[in-house]
Design a protein around this ligand. Structure first.
Ligand code: OFO
Length: 166
């Protein structure tokens, strides 16, 4: 069974993962309004991934004879000044997720909960990939700058490439 502290922290992270999905769906919706369907598809896939992350915590809570409790999810931002501003927010958000996951590892270590440390290792590794994928797109957008055809080609590429599996 999980300690009360870990149960509370894991429930908060479960809600935060769903919140991440909510943010990315809001970004996807905005990209659709900008006719950037490749970016939108990439964000939609990213949102689906976040739901699976939340489900991992949900399942683990019951595997450890504890229970899930969903918290409130704040209204996400709905518009951005530019595509790069939205992607930068996604990058910043992923860094925040990484910080939270590392905090959870420290908590599990302090509580000597080895099973939870092992469970969290998947998220530690996942965050390396998540940050890398979002950073790659952000960096390319910085290169493209205000050059509209560059943004168009990046959008087409996201629509058809493995990057949309982020
Ligand atoms: Fe984007 O990794 Fe979960 O939150």
């Amino acid at each position: 069974m999980l300690s009360k502290k870990i149960q509370k922290a894991f429930n908060e992270q479960m809600t935060f993962e769903l919140y991440s999905g909510y943010i990315y769906m809001s970004m996807a919706a905005w990209f659709r309004t900008q006719n950037l369907d490749g970016f939108a598809a990439w964000m939609e896939n990213h949102a689906r991934e976040e739901v699976t992350h939340g489900m991992k915590f949900y399942t683990y809570l019951y595997d450890r004879l504890s229970s899930a409790e969903f918290g409130a999810i704040a209204k996400p931002k709905t518009t951005w000044k530019s595509p790069i501003e939205a992607v930068k927010q996604a990058f910043d958000h992923e860094q925040e997720v990484t910080r939270r996951i590392h905090e959870l590892v420290e908590l599990a270590e302090n509580e000597k909960d080895h099973a939870s440390v092992s469970f969290l290792q998947w998220f530690v590794d996942e965050q390396v990939e998540e940050e890398q994928v979002v950073d790659e797109i952000y960096s390319r957008m910085q290169l493209v700058g205000d050059f509209k055809p560059g943004l168009f080609f990046l959008d087409r590429e996201l629509a058809s490439s493995g990057a949309s599996q982020a």
